[in-house]
Design a protein around this ligand. Structure first.
Ligand code: PLP
Length: 459
């Protein structure tokens, strides 16, 4: 047998309990079908409490806005509301869902590029606008009803620090003078603060961006404006593995040519390295708050400057708050390799086509349907690839070889863990008439799970 490279996924106790519960998995798949996205609102509540503990532990005035774009689930949105969070919406549809979930306009922030129609609604409701461009400021100013104001954050980018990755979003620092002037002249715009969102978890990058953002805050004050918020966005990471070593070993093995990857593909893309992370999001936040600006901790600097810290976590709030179940249709040999074909499409599990780099869990087949265990189960083999059901050669659920302790057979259920962040929705399509998998919220009540169809949540 050639070398094996399993990539065991970290599991939250609630997800592990669900996947090991004979009645629960069977009930979920019988009632809601396969494939199926299962979300765990209780895990989200736990994640929110953990972030809150770090923030209050440092005595920093703060607000947490759930980045709704991470998952369209109504149950998770309702949980964010119940946890007392605000919400960050990126479209009119997300705004509708937030209002329906009970969020008052002053608990809603709108981020990302905005259409004129979205801007009209933001202005009419008084939702905080996190402005991506001067064009948005002009539109907002025109849309604000006479006699009222709309709170505004200037989203900044173009930071001088080389640690901060370049971004296509936000107002370039070179244009902030013009942006401040635009706000100052518009009676309907109330400058609440400045914002940024970085595509990195590196605390040094965030501290550098904060330092440069504070220069803009100071300039605003000199211009007679009174910003009091610094919004550092999201990007606090997920924790996919308990132990990073198998991931590192696998990454090394990928560096030499071999048969670990389906021909014609490359899974060693840098984006994949998020799967090697074993640090919780609370560590990223803690390291940011304790990092130093001119030898004083960030938390102390924020307190002294009377600034309120806003964060917009997506991934960190839904870390481990969902799993995706898919059934094995059949196994076959193709292109000289072992292939396991699932009733799932790659775009329903892989966000923006990123390879999922942790192993699925083979749910004990007897849990789902004892009649389907046909005795053909083999001892661990040389690994297999997972295929989807679309008419695309590229529709492989895993373009990398997967190694499990037990070989899946037709009728088994595979569970992909920790899929609630972007994986369920970001790229999902209904191609070839396969609708996106339904979602169900699973709540552990005593010793059993209670299921609610996500679409019915709150109705
Ligand atoms: C403006 C903004 N805030 C917050 C987030 C959430 O980021 P994350 O899921 O990495 O926490 C995003 C993600 O794209 C974003 O664009």
């Amino acid at each position: 047998m050639s070398a094996r490279y399993p990539l065991p996924a970290a599991q939250h106790s609630i997800a592990a309990r669900f996947l090991g519960d004979r009645g629960a998995v069977r009930e979920a798949t019988e009632r809601f079908g396969s494939p199926l996205h299962v979300v765990f609102p209780q895990v989200m509540a736990e994640n929110a409490a953990a972030l809150e503990q770090v923030l209050s532990g440092h005595g920093v005035p703060h607000e947490v806005f759930y980045a709704h774009k991470v998952n369209a689930s109504r149950a998770l949105l309702a949980e964010a509301y119940a946890a007392g969070l605000g919400v960050d919406v990126a479209s009119s549809a997300e705004l509708d869902r937030a209002l329906a979930a009970g969020f008052a306009p002053d608990r809603i922030e709108a981020t990302g590029p905005k259409s004129p129609a979205f801007i009209e609604r933001i202005a009419a409701l008084g939702v905080t606008a996190n402005a991506d461009d001067l064009w948005e400021l002009d539109r907002l100013s025109d849309a604000v009803p006479d006699g009222s104001t709309v709170p505004v954050l200037l989203r900044l980018s173009g930071f001088a620090s080389p640690a901060v990755p370049p971004s296509r979003f936000g107002i370039d620092l070179a244009d902030t003078g013009a942006a401040l002037e635009a706000v100052r002249r518009a009676p309907g715009l109330d400058l609440r603060g400045v914002a940024f969102h970085l595509d990195t978890a590196d605390p040094a990058a965030r501290v550098d961006a904060l330092t440069e953002a504070m220069v803009v805050v100071a300039a605003a004050h000199r211009n007679g404006l009174r910003p009091s918020v610094i919004d550092i966005g999201g990007g606090f990471r997920q924790r996919f593995v308990d132990d990073p070593v198998p991931f590192q070993r696998y990454a090394q093995a990928l560096a030499t040519p071999g048969d670990l990857v389906w021909p014609g593909h490359d899974v060693a893309a840098p984006a994949a390295h998020k799967y090697g992370n074993h640090h919780p999001a609370t560590d990223v936040l803690e390291r940011f708050l304790t990092a130093e600006i001119e030898r004083r901790p960030v938390a102390e600097v924020l307190r002294e400057c009377l600034l309120t810290l806003w964060i917009e976590p997506g991934k960190a709030l839904v870390d481990h708050a969902g799993v995706t179940l898919a059934s094995v249709l059949y196994r076959k040999r193709a292109a000289g390799r072992d292939l396991v074909v699932l009733d799932l499409s790659r775009n329903q599990i892989a966000p923006a086509d990123q390879e999922v780099l942790v192993d699925p869990i083979l749910v004990d087949p007897a849990l789902v349907d004892p009649a389907l265990v046909d005795g053909r189960r083999e001892r661990p083999g040389d690994g297999f690839f997972l295929a989807g059901r679309l008419c695309l050669e590229s529709d492989l659920i895993s373009r990398r070889k997967v190694f499990l302790d037990s070989e899946p057979v037709s009728g088994d259920v595979l569970a992909f863990v920790n899929t609630a962040a972007y994986q369920m929705d970001l790229s999902a399509s209904a191609a070839a008439g396969h609708p996106p998998p339904p979602k169900v919220a699973a709540v552990l009540d005593g010793d059993r799970f209670i299921f609610t169809a996500d679409d019915d949540h709150g109705s």
